[in-house]
Design a protein around this ligand. Structure first.
Ligand code: CP
Ligand code: NVA
Length: 306
């Protein structure tokens, strides 16, 4: 049966295996070892929203594995003229070996996956961003070693990235604290799931409304944009409300002295994170961006290899 990666919940039993494979693939790439495990395979990539990292890392990743990736914009597909998502899924499944989809809606993402007969990979929707979080966990593993005993503090909007990061942290047994304005907490249902995983793995989930309190004792500070793609009309209100949640030098000093600072990028410098922090000694944001490639190669190899 085909396996999808729509939510972090889809990889709850495979997360360590995927991370180990990503470490191996990264090492092999750095050593110049080249194989073609996905020779003659194609990945169809539908992007309803812009992308730098996701598009490039999937496309380059497929090339490095010996396969081919197609960039598909709804503007050019018949989808843009009303062909249903179900028909699009069925047709694409006759041509390609997996579909990567960046969607506005998790509901439509699931409809595509239900109608596709090939694996579907979530390249971000309004609820989750699992590929990002695999790369983030790989980055934390590289910089900090074991996850157990670590605390990650996510400061900002309880959005798609926050939801997946909360699940991922709980699954690997890392304490997770959110510091967000009231009304911008992560998804309630996913919080319950994360609490269940955290309890199983000896970790805790805290939802707080004070940034300094959230980062207390943190090994990792993480933030993301305050205004996600598709939420542009909330910009003015959010920028005012989220100001106390900016990751700046004073907030970094409130965490552990050897903490790392992460951001999935793109960063809105001067808003959720300052130049001083994003370019400073604690920042690992570009390692994190590179790791999209290695983590997704592990995903594609696992889902697409015969
Ligand atoms: N972090 C991330 O998904 O970046 P892009 O929007 O550039 O793909
Ligand atoms: N939360 C952001 C992540 C961008 C990679 C968004 O959805 O726009």
């Amino acid at each position: 049966m085909k396996k999808d990666l729509i939510s972090m919940l889809d990889i709850k039993d495979d997360i360590h295996e995927l991370l180990d494979l990503a470490v191996k693939l990264k090492k092999e790439k750095k050593q110049g070892m080249i194989g073609e495990p996905l020779k003659n395979k194609s990945l169809g990539m539908i992007f309803e929203k812009p992308s730098t990292r996701t598009r490039i890392s999937f496309e380059v990743g497929m090339t490095q594995l010996g396969g081919h990736a197609l960039y598909l914009s709804p503007r050019d597909l018949q989808m843009g003229r009303g062909e249903t998502i179900a028909d699009t899924a069925k047709v694409l499944s006759r041509f390609v070996d997996a579909i990567m989809y960046r969607a506005f809606s998790n509901k439509v993402m699931r409809e595509l996956a239900e109608n596709a007969t090939v694996p579907v990979i979530n390249g971000l929707d309004d609820k989750e961003h699992p590929c990002q979080i695999l790369a983030d966990l790989l980055t934390i593993k590289e910089h900090k070693g074991d996850f157990k005993g670590l605390k990650l503090a996510y400061v900002g909007d309880g959005n798609n990235v926050c939801n997946s990061l909360m699940l991922g942290s709980a699954m690997v047994g890392m304490d997770f604290a959110v510091g967000c304005p009231s009304g911008y907490e992560p998804d309630a249902e996913l919080t319950k799931e994360a609490e269940r995983f955290a309890a199983e793995n000896g970790a805790v989930i805290e939802i707080l409304h004070d940034a300094k309190e959230a980062v207390k004792g943190a090994d990792v500070i993480y933030t993301d944009v305050w205004v996600s793609m598709g939420e542009e009309k909330e910009k003015e209100e959010k920028e005012r409300l989220f100001l106390p949640y900016q990751v700046n030098q004073s907030l970094v000093e409130a965490a552990k002295h050897d903490c790392i600072v992460m951001h999935c990028l793109p960063a809105h410098r001067g808003y959720e994170i300052t130049d001083e922090v994003v370019d400073g000694p604690h920042s690992v944001v570009f390692d994190e961006a590179e790791n999209r490639l290695h983590a997704q190669k592990a995903v594609m190899l696992t889902l697409m290899h015969d």
